[in-house]
Design a protein around this ligand. Structure first.
Ligand code: ZN
Length: 91
């Protein structure tokens, strides 16, 4: 007589709700014609003529451009601009 155990209903003991799931959306390079995976985020600071490169930032920033490894290395900025590379970025 094997009777399955009765699940507790309404007890709130078992919760299947996972609200900590991180949505890992594939971020791709923002360069035209490049579909590589983005590894860094480039942010332009027009006021200071600075281009800051760092780890992938929050998505949706209109001033941030995601770059793949190649374009991160080949990053070129207009004359007079300074490129700031964050130390945490692995090269
Ligand atoms: Zn690229």
């Amino acid at each position: 007589m094997a009777r399955p155990r009765r699940g507790r209903r309404g007890g709130g003991g078992v919760s299947q709700v996972r609200d900590t799931v991180t949505v890992m959306r594939a971020r791709v390079c923002s360069k035209v014609g490049c579909a590589r995976e983005a590894v860094s985020t480039l942010t332009y600071d027009y006021a200071d003529r600075m281009a800051a490169v760092g780890p992938l930032g929050a998505a949706g920033d209109p001033h941030a451009h995601d770059l793949c490894a190649i374009h991160t290395e080949r990053l070129s900025v207009p004359q007079g601009w300074v490129v700031v590379r964050h130390e945490t970025l692995r090269t």
